[in-house]
Design a protein around this ligand. Sequence first.
Ligand code: 3PG
Length: 209
Amino acid sequence: MNAKDIMGISPIVPVIAIDDEKDALPLAKALQAGGVNIMEITLRTEAGLKAIKLISEQMPSINVGAGTVCNEEELLQAKEAGSKFVFSPGISQELIDASLKHNITLIPGVATASEVMLAQNNNIFYCKLFPATLSGGVDILKAFSGPFAKMNFCPTGGVNLNNLNDFLILKNVLCVGGTWFVPKDAIENNEFDKITQLCKEAISSIGID
Ligand code: 3PG
């Protein structure tokens, strides 16, 4: 699966930290019911890899990938668990080389012009902007559109219901990532209907001022 296709699956990409893998399948179902067919499960928790494995084996209809992949070892673990792609908060030559070596699509995070240059010099034209609002938000994306006209972004970090349209209206933004529609307490308390509602609320708000 290439990065363009991945970033075209859903306008909102859930960034998920899961503490108990038993929540993985109900969460995947709740997201699908809300119209979201992609999951970025971060490797920040012990259960992350187990959750990816469960979903990739038992719910192949949802596109599951790993997030917070910072080095080759994590990239390989993510792939072996069944990730269809990996997201990273940052970018490094090591990680780019590892993604080529292990044949898995990497969507790296960038926040500066130099990092965008590293991406495009490696033929990568689909990146996260991370942390989106802190690194300059809409203004930096507009600034990047001049020198880096071919680069496409998934702003992540600080995106929410109030500002997602500010990002999604930009030509160089294909989707946004975030946690606001997959709150940790809702996962822990098994409030999966609430997550479905939050997805629907976000998707229905797209394009409306
Ligand atoms: C993260 O890495 O936690 C993501 O960028 C999500 O950030 P958010 O909680 O601001 O959506």
